[in-house]
Each structure stands twice: as structure tokens, then as C-alpha cells.
Design a protein around this ligand. Structure first.
Ligand code: PLP
Length: 363
């Protein structure tokens, strides 16, 4: 019987995709204690930013986003009526937007967790507002010390919680969240149910994969739209319990182990932290660049056939917003990210690296 269980669990091995409900959380103190007082918690990263813009409309007359970035975020602000522009930042090299004027805000992102410090080294012109997006490494030294006027993050993208985003500032007022409404509570229930069922499935129990996938996908479609919403009570409490600092160490160790095991593979470029502050960075995922969209798509499908679910961070529609350099839209067609977070250990990373190397060499 025990052997059957182990065999079922092993046949259900997979890597990537949505979080399952975490095992036994055990932080010795709340990870949120490291942040400035006055952090406010929201249903998602988009809710946090939308609420900030609604509180300070005079600081967000025009909002500049990086060109290589999660397009759902600027599009959510466009839907709220904001004027959104794009400045060149491919995640590595950035050009501060020209012609900034009072009332403008610039979003700077720790894209893929590859930046150990802010790439904006000179203060922006007076009357402009700098907002940092720490979604991809929310517990980094840069995120807790923050150099901008405000910072925000989608916590649910980094931690195994059903919903959650945050906005904080060392010195300026941040918005107060409303009470949780029934629509956002419904979304959290869908997502939490999917996470719980996925954890039972991975444990080898008789759970149908399609059931939790449908719950997780339908919840994802509801997030960040409609009214601005608050964090759910369960996500709020999990945030205080989950060992974020240990998760961060595990992610770094996983990334490094995978990269080392992978070695040099022809036509596969691993994106790693660069620059003087590289040692402070913890990559969000193992992200690779391939020479073409066709090769990327082939590799992605081959990985999925071996239960490794790679993500595209991000699909960029060059026509969705004005000013996106064509090469940044092309870059998004050649990119692939595989999760290396604390759900996984060294054996998983060895398997990932060996599979990636074999499939990339074969394609
Ligand atoms: C870098 C970045 N910032 C913000 C967000 C928005 O987060 P949410 O989906 O929780 O609104 C995302 C979403 O994927 C993201 O990748």
C-alpha cells in the first residue's frame, strides 16, 4: 500500500504552474515586520497600485511603465482612466523617460528579481513620483529599504497565498483598504479551493487534476478587474505565518543549483543577476532566452510533455501601448521562465536542469 502511494505521488511529479496550499507554515516572526509601518494589503498587485493612484491622482497624471513588463498592470490603469506611457526597459538596461514633468509617475520594476538595487540612480525631476514594483522579490533588501516614493508588490505571485498585494511608503500616506466584498471573497474561495485540492492531488490522493485547474484558472481571470478589493482574511494571516526569509534562501539556492547543473547549453541563455548588487538579488525563476519563437515554443511544449510547466513572462503586445520598442516585443517571443521557488528542492532542480539541457539540445 505504501509503495502504491509513493508510486502515485511520483507519477504526479510536476514543476511550475500555480501554488498548492503550503504545508506547515512556521515563520518565527511576521515577515511583514521588516517593512515600513503603514503598509496596506490588497487583493492583488493591481488592486494595490490602482488604490494608490486613486488616492493621489495629482501624482499620477501620466504614468510611465517599463516597456518589458506585465501588460495587465498598465492596462488595468488604462481601464481606470489613467494616461499610461511606456519607457524603454528590457529588464536589464533602462533609459529614464525623457521630458518628465510635475505630476508624472514612473514605475520601476525589479524585473524577474534580477536587480539587487534600483537601476534609477539619479533623483527624478522635482514634482515627479517614483514607484517601485517588487513583485518578483518582495522581501529583498531593496524592497524593505525602498528608495522611491512608494512601492507595491503582488505578494500572491511570490508566496503560496490565494490572493494578496501590498503598497508601502516610508513617508507618504498609502490608501486604506475597504472591507472584503463578496466578489473578492468569491475569487479567494475559488483560488483557495484550487490550492487545497492541488496539494491533495500532489500527495497522491484521488483528486482530478481538471477540477483544481479549472478553479485556479477561473480565479485568475477574476483577479485585478472590477472594483478595487481587499486581501482575504486567510491570505492576511498566512502572510504573517509563512517563512518568507527561508523561502527566499531556498529560491536562491534552487536557482544557483539549477544554473550550475545546466552549465552551458548551445542557444540557451540563462538570465542571471548582473552588476555590483547582483549578490543581493534572488531571481524569481530560471529564465532563459532562445534564438527564435519557434524554438521557444517547441521547447515549451516538450517541457510540458515532461510535466514541467514553463511560463512566458511576459507576452508583450507591441500595439497594446504606444512606445514599446519592437525588439522588446520580439524578446518576449523568445523567453521562457521555469519556477524555482521553495516548493522545490535540489532533486527537482537537478531533474529540471537535465531535462532542459536534453530537450534544448534535441530541438
Ligand atoms: C511584475 C508584476 N507586477 C505586478 C503584477 C500584478 O499582480 P496581480 O496579478 O496580483 O495584480 C504582476 C502580475 O503578474 C507582475 O508580474
Amino acid at each position: 500500500m505504501a509503495t502504491d502511494d509513493a508510486a502515485t505521488r511520483s507519477s504526479r511529479w510536476e514543476l511550475g504552474s500555480d501554488f498548492h496550499y503550503p504545508g506547515t507554515p512556521s515563520a518565527s516572526s511576521s515577515p511583514l515586520d521588516a517593512f515600513p509601518k503603514g503598509m496596506s494589503l490588497w487583493h492583488s498587485g493591481r488592486d494595490a497600485l490602482r488604490a494608490l493612484v486613486a488616492l493621489h491622482p495629482e501624482k499620477f497624471r501620466r504614468v510611465f511603465f517599463p516597456s518589458f513588463y506585465c501588460q495587465d498592470v498598465p492596462l488595468a490603469l488604462v481601464a481606470d482612466g489613467a494616461e499610461v506611457l511606456v519607457y524603454p526597459d528590457d529588464g536589464v538596461a533602462l533609459e529614464v523617460p525623457a521630458g518628465l514633468r510635475p505630476g508624472d509617475a514612473v514605475i520601476v520594476s525589479n524585473t524577474l528579481g534580477l536587480r539587487g538595487a534600483s537601476p534609477i540612480i539619479r533623483p527624478l525631476p522635482s514634482g515627479t513620483t517614483l514607484v517601485e514594483d517588487h513583485t518578483h522579490d518582495p522581501f529583498s533588501p531593496w524592497a524593505t529599504r525602498m528608495e522611491g516614493d512608494f512601492a507595491f508588490a503582488s505578494l500572491r505571485k511570490w508566496l503560496p497565498i490565494p490572493d494578496g498585494g501590498a503598497v508601502w511608503s516610508g513617508r507618504l500616506p498609502v490608501p486604506e483598504p475597504p472591507l472584503l466584498d463578496s466578489s473578492h471573497a468569491h475569487t479567494s474561495l475559488l483560488r483557495l479551493s484550487g490550492m487545497l485540492l492541488k496539494s491533495r492531488y500532489l500527495a497522491g490522493e484521488p483528486v482530478d487534476k481538471a477540477t483544481f485547474r479549472e478553479l485556479l484558472v477561473s480565479a485568475e481571470h477574476r483577479i485585478g478587474r472590477g472594483d478595487i478589493g481587499a486581501i482575504s482574511p486567510i491570505a492576511r494571516d498566512l502572510l504573517k505565518l509563512l517563512p518568507a526569509a527561508e523561502y527566499r534562501l531556498a529560491r536562491r539556492a534552487n536557482f544557483e543549483h539549477c544554473r550550475r547543473t545546466l552549465g552551458d547549453v548551445p542557444e540557451l541563455q540563462v538570465l542571471a543577476p548582473l552588476g555590483a548588487e547582483a549578490s543581493q538579488a534572488v531571481p524569481f525563476a530560471l529564465t532563459v532566452l532562445l534564438p527564435s519563437k519557434a524554438k521557444r515554443d517547441t521547447l515549451r511544449a516538450a517541457l510540458a510533455a515532461e510535466s514541467i510547466y514553463a511560463a512566458v513572462l511576459w507576452p508583450i503586445d507591441g500595439a497594446a501601448l504606444p512606445g514599446i520598442p519592437p525588439e522588446h516585443a520580439s524578446r518576449s517571443e523568445c523567453i521562457l521562465s521555469v519556477h524555482c521557488d521553495a516548493r522545490y528542492g535540489q532533486d527537482d532542480m537537478t531533474r529540471l536542469a537535465e531535462t532542459l539541457s536534453r530537450l534544448a539540445r534535441a530541438s
